[in-house]
Design a protein around this ligand. Sequence first.
Ligand code: PGA
Length: 251
Amino acid sequence: MKPIIIGNWKMHLTASDVGDYARTFLAEPDILTKAEVTICPAAPLIPAVAGAFSNSPVQWGGQNAHWETQGAFTGETSMAMLSNLGCRLVLCGHSERRKFFHETDEMVSRKVEQATAHSMVPVLCVGETYEQRHQQQHEVVVMEQIRKGIDLLSAFPSLALYVAYEPVWAISTNQAIEPNPSDIIAMARLIRNALREELPTGAESVPILFGGNVNPQNAKKFVDGEVVTGVLVGGASLNPKTFHQIVTQLV
Ligand code: PGA
């Protein structure tokens, strides 16, 4: 299976930066065909990203969207809007959404449902805070996030889902403590077990990704190719050369 590599640009770059980014990133396209690479820019940049990458192996996705199909929600983006722009996946419940925008597991669950209803792959983001790990609550917290996050998926006949395990303390803008790879693999195994318990079918084929200050130096440590099959990259995806190096490390 190809490694899955998702770049999360967060609230960085502008549409004017996309052309140069794409030229540099696509300079060695052969490597990119050996991975499944998706870039998630901020919503207003999606048309520029779609234009720059449409004839390349690179796909694009959304960082977030609302759980309602449409309506009077000033400032929000719907799943239909992302889908219409060719997004193949959408991040649901990133820890920054949970922290700064008070997203609850229930909201995340409805986003996962809406992404699925619009034929995009929901990337369910889960992960504990530093305090929660310190208090030995990390397993309980993450299992709850998984269970609630996929709660509404059983209504769909076929399953398309990715899970991204991103311990909040490992993300580059937080403490960015480098985790022990064996702890990451152990948590990924627990996530797989929770998926087996909750999903009637398809749990084995849900890719589990790791995120948290992934860079060209450490990417390989966290991807064993069996339990963890990809990465969600924030800061290091902003520089096309660095992001390309991560791809090179994992293929
Ligand atoms: P980071 O971000 O790679 O900058 O730690 C990862 C994420 O928040 O998705």
